[in-house]
Design a protein around this ligand. Structure first.
Ligand SMILES: *[C@@H]1O[C@H](CO)[C@@H](O)[C@H](O)[C@H]1NC(C)=O
Ligand SMILES: *[C@@H]1O[C@H](CO)[C@@H](O)[C@H](O)[C@H]1NC(C)=O
Ligand SMILES: *[C@@H]1O[C@H](CO)[C@@H](O)[C@H](O)[C@H]1NC(C)=O
Ligand SMILES: *[C@@H]1O[C@H](CO)[C@@H](O)[C@H](O)[C@H]1NC(C)=O
Ligand SMILES: *[C@@H]1O[C@H](CO)[C@@H](O)[C@H](O)[C@H]1NC(C)=O
Ligand SMILES: CC(=O)N[C@H]1CO[C@H](CO)[C@@H](O)[C@@H]1O
Length: 317
């Protein structure tokens, strides 16, 4: 009886996994429709960066946002020398108007912000942080590569140290309180996944698949021969069964995802220095000059390449 029951359960599990792997497109965001799906947050930076998050109106007046065909460019100010006693460097923090639980999001990114002191992120975050969780899809500092996809949660959420992913486990405890906000990160095993090398390769695709039982992050550099066809040429559906081993895999084996992750907004932001990039040991280890805040204040032209360029964002549910 028992083996037979087991076989039956396995069959059910496989069937539901296969059906959960196909999703239908709910948003095809390019150009102006991409911008219309987000709200600019001119707020104080929760990560204490040397930044001044501006409104969309200010960004437009200062040329920090532009649309060219399908492409959307979001950049930081690269013209103004800052006074040490004044506000930080003008930059962007965009939050999606919609929230997502089970979904797939595919970000086709042509360029990401680079330069000493930069700390860009594409992430998904719930209300009442950290109780509804945070998923950093791509985040890094000071051009260091390859880095890193991370969960940040409340207490009692861990990841197995060994799991089926191409990235490298950098910590199994996702609880921000016990990890000094570091969470459980996975370094992506591709030197072109971040910063100048990512940009030099023409960027690539980052994708998240979130279900009630796992969160997966995928990355393909622009020239990869293994980009799935439904990623390379987005259409009305995706089938993640054909996407191969994820870069980062966060299963629910040691973390009840349903109680640690609520509905999430997508956030796209760029700060400077702050808790991570500006940490003096991290900044120095990156081979960056001076101190982070002085460098950001005094070298506007160093931020000419501190911009995101998105080709598209497709969301499937
Ligand atoms: C971007 O926003 C998210 C969500 O608030 C936050 O966790 C992350 O630290 C921010 N990153 C930067 C670079 O400001
Ligand atoms: C990491 O990337 C290297 C170089 O492409 C490859 O040889 C290695 O198999 C990868 N590791 C994993 C776990 O996929
Ligand atoms: C945070 O962690 C410390 C131990 O590192 C613990 O004493 C404290 O109760 C925790 N606080 C919360 C809110 O979980
Ligand atoms: C999704 O891909 C898997 C693996 O190739 C396949 O078995 C399944 O039939 C596909 N699902 C749909 C709805 O096409
Ligand atoms: C916690 O993080 C803050 C901000 O990065 C840092 O200043 C502090 O030294 C860290 N504390 C520990 C115990 O690592
Ligand atoms: C800044 C940073 O966190 N860099 C890390 C990027 O990933 C590599 C490989 O895991 C780490 O060694 C670096 O510390």
């Amino acid at each position: 009886m028992f083996p037979r029951l087991l076989t039956c359960m396995v069959a059910v599990a496989v069937a539901s996994a296969a059906s959960a792997a196909t999703y239908s497109r709910t948003s095809n965001l390019v150009g102006q429709s991409f911008l219309n799906a987000f709200t600019w947050q001119a707020i104080a930076d929760p990560t204490h960066g040397r930044v001044n998050y501006v409104s969309q109106a200010t960004a437009q007046a200062d040329g920090l946002v532009s649309v060219s065909g399908n492409q959307v460019t979001l950049r930081a100010d690269s013209k103004t020398t800052l006074s040490a006693s004044g506000s930080g460097r003008n930059s962007f923090r965009l939050q999606s108007n919609a929230q997502y639980t089970t979904h797939v999001a595919v970000f086709d990114i042509a360029h990401m912000p680079q330069g000493c002191g930069t700390w860009p992120a594409v992430c998904e975050v719930g209300a009442n942080w950290p109780n509804e969780g945070e998923v950093d899809i791509v985040e890094g500092v000071n051009d260091q590569s390859p880095n890193q996809s991370t969960l940040h949660t409340s207490a009692n959420c861990a990841m197995p140290s060994s799991r089926t992913m191409t990235g490298t486990n950098e910590g199994t405890n996702c609880d921000v309180n016990e990890t000094n906000n570091s969470g459980c990160g996975v370094a992506i095993n591709d030197s072109k996944s971040y910063g100048p090398a990512f940009n030099g390769a023409g960027g690539g695709w980052y994708a998240i698949e979130r279900t009630s039982t796992f969160i997966k992050i995928y990355f393909w550099e622009r020239g990869s021969t293994s980009v799935p066809s439904d990623v390379k040429t987005p259409g009305s559906t995706v089938n993640t069964s054909n996407w191969g081993t994820p870069a980062a895999y966060f299963p629910n084996t040691d973390c009840d995802l349903s109680s640690h992750f609520g509905p999430h907004n997508i956030i796209i932001n760029l700060t400077f220095c702050g808790d991570w990039a500006g940490n003096s040991a991290v900044y120095a280890a990156s081979g960056c000059p001076s101190t982070c805040v002085d460098y950001v204040n005094q070298n506007p032209s160093a931020f000419t390449n501190a911009y995101f360029e998105f080709n598209s964002l497709n969301i499937y549910q």
